[in-house]
Every structure is written in C-alpha cells, then in structure tokens.
Write a protein that binds this ligand. Structure first.
Ligand code: 2AM
Length: 481
C-alpha cells in the first residue's frame, strides 16, 4: 500500500535524524538500510510512537511510496550511491525522483543527473549542511539537479530546513545537474576561509596585542552583536571563555595542528581548474598544511629570525581588527561567488545566487547576518558580475580600507602570519588595478619562449618580437596552459 510521502535509504545518524525531522513535520517516511537490523532497531527505538514505517527490501520500499516516488539516499559517497540507483531502477517509473543527500563529489552528481534523465528518472543531488544537530532540527539544504523534481520535493525540503531569522527556509532550488553538491563544496571552502580569518585575528590579539583569553572572548562577544554576527564568531567567544580544570583557557593547551577532510582542498583545486583566483580559500587550506608541519616549525622557530616585536596598544586597534576581518570576509565571499558564477557558465547551470546566500543564512556552520546582505545584493541584481560591485559591499570595503591596511601592516611589521587576511587585501588591490604587471610577464614569455603577446591598442592579434636580434622570428603556437 502506497502510504509514504518519501523513502529514505541509509540509517546512519544523518539519515535517522532527517527521517525524524520529516516525521516532526507531518510527513510519512519509509526507512530502509542495507543492514536490515538497523531498520528494526530504529523502528523499535528512535522511531517508536511515530508515523515512520520500514521496508524490508528495495522493492518493498518502492511499493510503499506515493507517486511520483521520492527516494532520498544518505549513504556513503561513491559506489554505494551508484549501487542503490541500480537497485532502485527496476522498481521506479518515469517521473519518479531519486535524491542523493550524501557528501558526493559534484562530478558524480553531474553524471548521475544525465544518465537518469535519459531513463526518465528525476535526479536531485542535495548538499546537506549543519551536521547531526542540523539534520534533526533544521539543516541548510542545497538541492540541485532535474528542475522538474523541485515542485514535488519542495514542501518536504522547505518544511524540514532551518529557518532564517525572518522565517524564510534555508533551502531553495540551486540549479541543474550537480550544482547542489557543487554549491555545498564551495560552502565548505568558504567555511575554511571564515575559520582561518578568525584564527588569524586571534593570533594578532594574542601575540600583537597581548590580550588574555577572557579579553578576547569579550571582543568576540561585542563583534557578535554587530555586522560580524555569525555562528563562528559566537562559538569562538565560547571557546575562548572555556576553562580547563586548572582554571586556565583550554584552547591554549590544544596542539596547533589542523586536520582536514578535503572539501576545502577540492574547492581550491576546482578554482585552479577554472582559473578563478579563490586565493583566500587556497591560503586557508595551505595554512592548515603549514600548521601540520609542527616538527619542522618547531625547528624553524629556533633557526629563522623574525622582527623584534612590540605589543601594540589595543585600545585603538580592536575596532580596526574587526573592520579588517569584515572586509576580508567580504572578499572571501566575493571570490566564492566568482567561482560559482564560472562553474555556472562552464556547465550551463542557471544558478540561483540569492537563493544560495539564503540557504547559507541559517542551519550551517557559515550562517551569519552578513549573508542576508549578499542575498539582498543578488535579489536586486541576479546577474551581478562581482559581489564587490554591489553598492553596499563597495561602500563597506571602502569604509574598512584604512583599518584593513593598518591591521595587515601591523601584522607584517610584527611578524605575525596572516595569509588569509593579507591575500584578501592583495586580491582587492589586484582587482581594482586596471593595469597589472602582466604586460612585463607577457614580454618575458615572448622573450624566452616566443609565446607572443597582444598590444593594448589591438587586443586579439598575437604578435612576436625578436627581443635579442638573434634566433629568428618563429613564434610558438598559442596555448592556454
Ligand atoms: P550499513 O548500515 O548497511 O553499513 C553510512 O555508512 C550509511 O551508508 C549506512 O546506512 C551504510 O549502511 C550505508 N552504506 C555504506 N556503504 C554501503 C554500501 N557499499 N552499500 C550499501 N550501503 C552502504
């Protein structure tokens, strides 16, 4: 009997919590898992006294779903997803919907969307952010794929998603094919950037301003009341206040080597592939790499010489620090949206940029008040070329500019590493230069490799100069490596 609104495969914590969340919102969910015992256990425990039903096989699952069938998978990324798709196909009909809510790499979702479309099955790859807690009480959901699926899954997805402070669901349609998983990847990269910026600010506070953990916590608390209001600032405040059993700040005892699972790296690699300078995320990934070279750094700290540092008076510096953090964050998001814009163009996706900002507004790690401003910018102008061109952000960076420069100059003078803060300003200065020194670079390439160059006065025509008077006039064929 077809009674369930949606089927869900994969009863690890994320899957279970999404099912319970859907149940809370009145949807009947049919649960299935490769290992059947988990279904029985779930029904007898977490799902007791709910409307949730179970399935004993894929066939049983499909027979219990209302049409068009909606099956969501939360299983290990990779071959398990393909395997379940293959198992589902014999029991699905044209117009049925398969949703992959796992951590799939976006090219897999592009492939699955294409092959399933040929079979008349609507594929959706959805980013799910917010961890176990988010899945249970309101995740940020980023669904992309076959647009025909959206009207059918929208009521469920928007009901279970986190809500922004104005009540808007943090879930909207992202775009075609693998765009949902692509946007989730960029989200994770931006998360790396946001965290690294906060960590650099912390090091400036500690080393450059000589602040105690409690003083730092007070500053983050203040910042969290203004334009920097965000989840990451809030938890940083709490972490800095947290005392170990001996009454000192626990954070100072934590070994300074960062782990990573790879999503930041994937964003960095993708940005290199597309030729988009997402330098802040790149620096954030490299900063984690450098941090993990603890032994080498320990040796270097005894060999390499830095400047004689003096503690700077914090009273007139903390506001500047907040401004610098804000400006750097704007640049990071501008870079992230540049990357998504390029991917949209490369793949022919109609990306919903205002929707993306809204989806990140709540439920996920990078949630912040600031994302509301980004949403506004893309709502006013959906084809905005660069976030920095939106009047609000042009003004915000202009206002922050002198503080931003002051903070980075101080860090450089004091020898405090600020890779992400510094690259944000370098990117800003690079972007606003009509003329960069790549004219000389092109001349060098032509000099040693006859790679040719164009004249400012005649773009599109490639010419070669015999710079030395020797070696003839042969130019290499044009290439774009
Ligand atoms: P299991 O409980 O049978 O291991 C997270 O690991 C989820 O993905 C679990 O529901 C797990 O099922 C499922 N999963 C992992 N690898 C799988 C595979 N190769 N085939 C089917 N399900 C798999």
């Amino acid at each position: 009997m077809a009674t369930a609104d949606i089927g869900l495969i994969g009863l690890a914590v994320m899957g279970q919590n999404l099912i319970l969340n859907m149940n809370d919102h009145g949807f009947v969910v049919c649960a299935y898992n490769r290992t059947q015992a988990k279904v029985d256990h779930f029904l007898a425990n977490e799902a007791k006294d709910s409307q949730i039903i179970g399935a004993t096989s894929i066939e049983d699952l499909c027979s219990k779903l209302k049409r068009p069938r909606k099956v969501m998978m939360l299983v290990k990324a990779g071959s398990a997803v393909d395997s379940f798709i293959d198992q589902l196909l014999p029991f699905l009909e044209q117009g049925d919907i398969i949703i992959d809510g796992g951590n799939s790499h976006f090219p897999d979702s592009v492939r699955r969307a294409k092959t399933l479309a040929e079979k008349g099955i609507l594929f959706v790859g959805s980013g799910v952010s917010g961890g176990e807690e988010g899945a249970r009480f309101g995740p940020s959901l980023m669904p992309g794929g076959n647009p025909q699926a959206w009207p059918f899954i929208k009521p469920i997805f928007q009901a279970i998603a986190a809500k922004a402070p104005d009540g808007a669901p943090c879930c909207d349609w992202v775009g075609e094919e693998g765009s949902g998983h692509y946007v989730k990847m960029v989200h994770n990269g931006i998360e790396y950037g946001d965290m690294q910026l906060i960590c650099e600010v912390y090091q400036i506070m500690k080393e450059g301003l000589g602040m105690s953990s409690d003083e730092m916590a007070d500053t983050f608390e203040e910042w969290n009341k203004g334009k920097l209001d965000s989840f990451l600032i809030e938890i940083t405040r709490d972490i800095l206040r947290f005392k170990d059993e001996d009454g000192t700040a626990l954070v100072e005892k934590i070994r300074d080597t960062a782990g990573q699972k790879g999503t930041g790296k994937w964003t960095g690699i993708d940005s290199l592939d597309r030729g988009i300078p997402v330098s802040l995320i790149g620096e954030a990934v490299y900063a984690r790499c450098l941090s993990s070279l603890k032994d080498e750094r320990t040796r270097a700290s005894k060999i390499l010489v830095g400047p004689t540092s003096q503690v700077v008076d914090k009273s007139d510096f903390l506001d500047a620090l907040g401004e610098a953090l804000y400006a750097a964050k704007i640049v990071s998001y501008a870079q992230g949206f540049m990357l998504m814009r390029q991917a949209a163009s490369d793949y022919g996706w109609n990306l919903n940029f205002a929707g993306i900002a809204l989806m990140w507004r709540g439920g996920c790690i990078i949630r912040s008040a600031f994302l509301g401003k980004i949403k506004d910018a893309y709502t006013v102008n959906p084809s905005l070329e660069n976030l920095l061109f939106d009047p609000f952000f042009t003004e915000a960076t202009a206002t922050a500019q002198s503080a931003w420069r002051k903070v980075i100059a101080m860090a450089v003078t004091q020898g405090i590493p600020t890779p992400a803060l510094s690259t944000s300003l370098n990117f800003y200065d690079g972007l606003r230069h009509e003329m960069l020194p790549a004219n000389l670079l092109q001349a060098q390439r032509d000099y040693f490799g006859a790679h040719t160059y164009e004249l400012l006065s005649n773009p599109g025509t490639h010419i070669h100069t015999n710079w030395t008077g020797k070696g003839g006039n042969v130019s290499s064929t044009n290439y774009d490596a």
